[in-house]
Design a protein around this ligand. Structure first.
Ligand code: DER
Length: 224
């Protein structure tokens, strides 16, 4: 399957950016699985790093692969963060949150001096918005928050997995908001953040420094 091969190539390529002694933000999603697996091998070979995971799923994978972990009670800045994305526009603005980890991902990615995105080529878009924008909201009164969000010009759907309402690692809900085309991601992000009940959005504006894209013939590093 081309996509999995591309994810594996970029996940493994990203590990080359991790140097001895670094504090590393560990992103979430299936592309990151390949990165964590490769990072675990380098740790076994003697690479000394500590990681801060951006989801419980990533934390479990990191433990499975023997990657030493720390958290923000011990560190306050990270040297590098590596994470996936659902959409990447030409300015490296992202939509993230397909896996429901956007809040912890944004906190981890924002704490890093350098934020590198790893993705298969299907994630590259000219405009953000075809992928429904995940928005994390508090559970109490989510119906009222949904209504306010829809007044910004979208249809918002409460995320369910196997007919169960999805609950994030932070005990919140996710609304998947179909805007179709998002022209000004910074404006939309601040409009959403100002709404009562909204915790965080999957718009990662002006955060990514580099993007490693999987192609059928290899991994390509894009710079902004
Ligand atoms: O949910 C997320 O933000 C993930 O990083 C997601 O955007 C990427 O998931 P994938 O690597 O499984 O495509």
């Amino acid at each position: 399957e081309h996509v999995d091969r591309q994810k594996q190539m970029v996940g493994e390529k990203a590990v080359d950016y991790i140097e001895n002694g670094m504090l590393v933000g560990l992103g979430s999603g299936s592309t990151m699985y390949y990165m964590l697996k490769e990072l675990g091998k380098r740790v076994k070979e003697g690479l000394h790093i500590r990681g801060v995971p951006s989801s419980i799923r990533t934390e479990n994978w990191a433990k499975e692969f023997g990657i030493p972990l720390t958290d923000f009670s011990e560190v306050e800045r990270l040297d590098i963060a590596i994470d996936g994305a659902d959409e990447i526009d030409p300015n490296f603005n992202l939509i993230k949150g397909g896996g429901g980890s956007l809040l912890r991902e944004k906190i981890v990615d924002a704490a890093a001096d350098r934020f590198i995105v790893v993705a298969d080529e299907s994630k590259l878009v000219n405009h953000l918005g075809a992928f429904p924008l995940p928005v994390e909201v508090v559970r109490f009164g989510w119906q009222l928050t949904k209504k306010q969000i829809e007044e910004l010009g979208c249809s918002a759907v409460l995320r369910e997995i196997d007919d169960e309402v999805f609950v994030t690692n932070n005990n919140n809900y996710i609304l998947d908001c179909r805007f179709d085309v998002i022209k000004d991601s910074e404006k939309l992000h601040s409009q959403l953040k100002s709404l009562l009940g909204v915790v965080e959005t999957g718009l990662f504006f002006n955060m990514a420094d580099e993007v490693i894209i999987g192609r059928n013939d290899g991994a390509e590093v894009l710079k902004r």
